[in-house]
Design a protein around this ligand. Structure first.
Ligand code: C2O
Ligand code: CU
Length: 498
């Protein structure tokens, strides 16, 4: 398996490797060999960037390793009615007639092939959130594919590079299409899945229903735009307000939580349980840590390792405590039945995650300014660097061009008082600082919540060439302009196939 920066094979001792690498970069710097032709000095030639890149090595593979098995699924998007709370029917738009949509489970190395049919009254696409895939499969209308017209079809085919918890949703009018119920889960299992007694998905969504109990059909309202998007009046887990997970005493489960809300941030609290965070946005941590206080913004995923002591008999009521004074009940866990022995195995959270202690010394490559102004089709528009994305069909301007295989420090300055969960397609990044103060999170992300007036720094090594979106995952903010593109090109420093 080839890693992003592996110019030297990893079977040498780490010290030798570091030495060789340091010598190589010194040589490169001394001889000015860094690029072909005349180029300005890129941060990579600086010691802190070279160090960051060395630390990154081995974090995750640069290529997928297809095993040759194709897993085919049919997905149709279509308006329908589903049974909902209190015996009522809810009119939704659904994948395969169900909300949440299907959970697609494949194994790392397998190829996912989805025959997609659009039976909606609007055009649409499917975006595979968090999956490192070929750009042409990313589901961004006009940029990576033409939108799928009503009655049209499209075949998505991709071999994920990473095992983990991902999801999929439309990238056309997503503030409406996702709110109406279009989303599903993609689980890429490890080659050898750890022996949890259960592997459970909790998909958290929030709905804004009107007096008749149906989805309020006004989207991108002035109110939603001026606040943190569309926050609903009903929260569901797996489409239910009374989801109950039943386990036996002694079980050790993997619980995968996803937040598919348009705007709501949740902070799950498991009272009385030692919830261990093992993966964030699909990717394993370098070591498990307490899940307490982990914010799940729209788009985010968290996988937790939960063991149920033999002594537990009361049901566990799981709450969202993002706003401590307005806790929301999410779901319950009931421990019942004959006890079993808790399986003892090492946590799968043992990924290589760079510490990047001196990454803040790398000059920032770009600082994005996030703000709002009046104007645009909804009366208020959200901007990145004073630009509002004028809709997918308008032809785009890349805010930034990065080279594959290089380390970059990027900054986001939230000049507004609202929340912005910033999501990058096609790459993972690590949070480096909040308001200038170094932060070490032992995991990568694809979405990070930027709080009001906050400045954050991230470190990223793009792994895939293409035109990738970057946007706020509060879908109303995105629709009202808070989207842009990042172009990743094959740089001189990236490993070549020849
Ligand atoms: Cu889940 Cu472009 O987003
Ligand atoms: Cu936002």
């Amino acid at each position: 398996m080839r890693n992003l920066t592996s110019r030297v094979r990893a079977r040498h001792t780490p010290r030798l490797l570091a030495l060789a690498s340091a010598l190589a970069s010194a040589l490169v710097a001394a001889l000015g060999l860094a690029g072909c032709g005349d180029r300005r000095q890129l941060p990579q030639e600086l010691p802190a960037a070279a160090q960051a890149l060395r630390e990154f090595e081995g974090s995750y593979p640069s290529e997928s390793s297809p095993v040759g098995t194709v897993r085919a699924f049919d997905i149709t998007a279509e308006p329908t009615e589903i049974p909902f709370t209190n015996g009522r029917k809810l009119k939704v738009w659904a994948y395969n007639g169900q909300v949440p949509g299907p959970t697609l489970r494949i194994r790392l190395g397998e190829t996912l092939r989805v025959h997609f049919t659009n039976r909606l009254p609007q055009e649409t696409t499917i975006h595979w959130h968090g999956v490192r895939l070929p750009n042409a499969m990313d589901g961004v209308p006009h940029a990576t594919q033409p939108p799928v017209q009503p009655g049209g079809t499209f075949v998505y085919e991709l071999t994920p590079k990473d095992a983990g918890t991902f999801w999929f949703h439309p990238h056309v009018r997503s503030s409406e299409q996702v709110e109406r119920g279009l989303y599903g889960v993609l689980i890429v299992e490890d080659k050898e899945p750890p022996p949890y007694t259960k592997d459970v998905v909790w998909l958290i969504d929030d709905w804004l229903l009107d007096e008749s109990g149906q989805i309020r059909p006004e989207f991108n309202t002035r109110h939603d735009l001026a606040h943190d998007g569309r926050w609903g009046n009903l929260i569901t887990v797996n489409g239910k307000t009374d989801e109950v997970l039943r386990v036996r005493p002694g079980e050790r489960i993997r619980l995968r939580l996803l937040n598919t809300s348009n705007g709501r941030v949740v902070l799950p609290d498991f009272p009385g349980l030692d919830a261990r965070l093992i993966a964030s946005d699909g990717m394993y941590l370098s070591e498990p840590k307490s899940a307490a206080g982990h914010e799940l913004a729209p788009g985010n995923r968290m996988d937790v390792d939960l063991s149920f002591p033999q002594s537990l008999s009361e049901p566990i009521r799981v709450f969202d405590r993002f706003y401590a004074r307005r806790a929301n009940h999410l779901a319950d866990i009931v421990v019942e039945g004959d006890p079993i022995d808790t399986p003892a195995f090492a946590s799968p959270a043992r990924a290589h995650v760079p510490v990047w202690a001196s990454a803040l010394d790398v000059p920032e490559h770009h600082a994005f300014k996030l703000n709002a102004r009046s104007g645009g089709p909804f009366g208020l528009e959200w901007t990145i660097d004073e630009r509002a994305f004028a809709g997918h069909s308008a032809g785009h301007h890349a805010a930034l061009t990065l080279e594959r295989g290089r380390f970059y420090r990027l900054r986001f300055i939230n000049e507004s008082a609202r929340l912005h969960p910033i999501h990058l397609h096609g790459m993972f990044f690590r949070l480096l600082a909040r308001n200038g103060g170094p932060v070490f999170e032992p995991f990568f992300r694809d979405t990070v919540l930027v709080h009001g007036r906050e400045t954050i720094d991230i470190g990223v090594v793009p792994s895939d060439v293409g035109s990738w979106m970057m946007h706020c995952h509060i879908l109303e903010h995105a629709e009202a302009g808070m989207m842009t593109m990042i172009d990743v090109t094959e740089g001189a420093a990236a490993p070549h196939a020849h």
